[in-house]
Design a protein around this ligand. Structure first.
Ligand code: SF4
Length: 353
């Protein structure tokens, strides 16, 4: 039974300087065709599973007009939802309005993920994003209790003071969830030639974030939640569980196959999804289990691992080496990365895999 579904809406009114996501400029002419094709994709591949999580991401799903959003929600009504569904939509600040919030609420959305990225004007200019109107976030809070704020840190000219200020602001908003990622300079972006921030400063910044957000449950490297507000949808990914992905350029994981849809809008709107498929062997699944599972601070459940793969993770020599070096630790039947090495998670995984 598949429990999660990701829906991609690739349209954006403006393109941010750092963005490497699958997105295109908002274009009314494309949107209806896109939604037709999305509906066809769901009709073709969705098998009627009762879903615990639906996540509408982008792009900028909130950039759609009220009519377009109504059409989107009509399509998504085909997806069966459990009573405890977590139903998230990503929303940019400039799109927040009473009308859209009401529409989200009346269509069952119960979690809002707001792309703030920074409150600092210089940072926002660098990212080519609009200024932040706190009133819009306060308006959203009147409609939704479960709100995530996305932030980005480690911009080229950012200082610890600037980051501290961003953290002051986000804490003052008293939201339930914060995702905060270090800027990655990707090759196909406007900022491709800038020099990333010095690694030592990046590390200092990460420590500052962990320290300032210590009242939250730091449950994944870059994610912090008030108790009980951890993202159920994202935990599907980190628990290496299967999920549907529908839309341009999405990834999904069904029946032992990880697939990625075409990134060409021209193909997509002709119902040509061109799925690129990776059929997983047992050892591939185990590899994903480690790569994704160690992102969680709680780590990998040793009993679940044994039941899934019919082998003991502690029999793995490389795991034992890392345990002996105190880079990994066992707590409550879980194996996880020691606090001092969380920041170095990537290099640890390279060593492991
Ligand atoms: S960062 Fe988000 S809003 Fe900006 S261009 Fe990329 S998908 Fe669109």
């Amino acid at each position: 039974m598949i429990k999660s579904c990701y829906i991609h809406i690739p349209f954006c009114k403006k393109i941010c300087s750092y963005c490497d996501f699958c997105k295109i400029y908002y274009n009314e002419l494309f949107i209806n065709k896109y939604l037709d094709s999305l509906e066809n994709e769901i009709n073709t591949f969705y098998k009627g599973d009762t879903l615990d999580t639906i996540y509408i991401g982008g792009g900028t799903p909130s950039s759609l007009s009220i009519n377009e959003l109504n059409r989107l929600f009509d399509i998504l009504n085909k997806l069966n939802r459990s009573n405890s569904i977590e139903f998230t939509i990503e929303c940019n600040i400039e799109d927040i309005s009473k009308d859209k919030l009401q529409l989200f609420k009346s269509n069952g959305i119960n979690r809002l993920s707001i792309g703030v990225e920074s409150f600092n004007e210089d940072n926002l200019k660098f990212m080519e994003r609009p200024s932040i109107d706190i009133n819009k976030i306060n308006l959203a809070k009147k409609y939704f209790n479960n709100i995530n704020i996305d932030l980005i840190y480690a911009l080229p000219n950012e200082t610890l003071d600037i980051l501290n200020n961003d953290l002051d602001k986000v804490l003052s908003l008293d939201v339930k969830h914060i995702s905060i990622y270090s800027l990655i300079v990707e090759p196909n972006t406007k900022i491709k030639d800038i020099k990333p921030i010095n690694e030592d400063i990046d590390y200092e910044m990460y420590k500052l974030i962990c320290n300032r957000l210590k009242d939250f449950n730091h449950y994944e490297i870059s994610n912090f939640a008030k108790e009980g507000y951890e993202s159920k949808h994202n935990l599907t990914y980190w628990n290496n569980e299967e999920y549907y992905g529908f839309g341009l350029g999405v990834s999904g994981y069904i029946n032992n196959i990880r697939y990625t849809n075409t990134k060409s809008i021209n193909h997509y709107i002709k119902n040509n999804y061109n799925r690129d498929e990776e059929v997983l062997l047992k050892e591939d699944k185990e590899k994903y289990e480690l790569i994704l599972g160690f992102r969680k601070l709680k780590g990998i459940n040793l009993i679940v691992y044994k039941n899934k793969y019919n082998k003991d993770l502690l029999d793995n020599q490389k795991i034992n080496k890392l345990l002996n070096e105190n880079k990994l630790v066992i707590r409550d039947n879980h194996i996880c990365i020691c606090e001092d090495y969380i920041y170095l998670q990537n290099s640890l995984l390279i060593e492991l895999i």
